[in-house]
Design a protein around this ligand. Sequence first.
Ligand code: TXA
Ligand code: MG
Length: 318
Amino acid sequence: METLISTDLKKAETFLKQGDLVAVPTETVYGLAACYNNKTAIQNIFSVKNRPAYDPMILHASNLSMIKALIVKEFPPLAEKLAEKFWPGPLSMVLPKKETIDPIITAGLETVALRIPGHDLLLSLISKLNMPLAAPSANPFGYISPTTAKHVNDQLSGQIAMILDGGPAKIGLESTIVEVKGNHLVVLRAGGIAIEDLKEFDQNLEIRTSSSKPNAPGMLDKHYAPKKDFRFQKNFNSSKDISQIGLIRFNSFSEEFPLENQIVLSPEGKIEIAAQKLYSAMREMDQSRYEIILTETFPNRGIGIAMNDRILRAVNRN
Ligand code: TXA
Ligand code: MG
């Protein structure tokens, strides 16, 4: 199969309607999409990604009435408030699903994750189809999520019909996932919306991301990971030839290593810019000549919390 890379919405619509997979842009990362009611297409997402069936996916809708009519059993007042504040945007809510949602999407759970993404091209596509799109991130399972059409093409070329090119993702990290249980919130994944901003909606907000328990290393997910040996700079001391080592830094060069081996994400020290570039930098380093990749930890506030979550899962692999 030849993979078309294009901005042509009409073509994307046609492919999806006939059950072909299309990678779609969002403000967080690119997703690998299928129509939510096409079981065969959804099974194909699992096989193209090599994704285990126990990992549920996120539904993407273009407006609230689509969500209420087709996806959720109930949409509590707290969900309304979150929607008003954060959608379209990088927040996924987990809510009780309608019986009509295929259990293959939710991995057999009674709840479903959903969001209205903040990307106009994708919103137009969903509106044209007039139904939600199921879409996990468009990477092989366990690898770094793609933030450009090229990233998707590098790994999935020949396996999917089309990549809808919507430019580089503005946020660059996945959505924050929050389960809405009546008037209580449980954060399941740190992401594009800061946890501090969710606390306004529930003082007793609970955080249940596995990496929030760094003292229990066995609980950490191995995910978002490069193939190279990827480690924290602060834990690293080795007699290895330093020319073989690449570094990912926040806002300054490390004096201990050659400058040309380093990617500084945001010399001006802006955490949002660093987040936007993190996955590109990880991919670039993964394809480089370096044998070991070191990373700094990032300021643990705002989207920096999600950046630290991702690199913690990535380094854990080695
Ligand atoms: O930003 C994003 O969220 C991107 C873009 C494409 O929207 N999508 C994304 O999807 O990151 P994915 O499949 O890589 O991650 C979705 C995660 C699952 O791994 C699972 O942890 C969680 O969402 N999830 C989905 N449904 C759930 C449910 N019913 N209950 C709890 N967690 C759920
Ligand atoms: Mg993913």
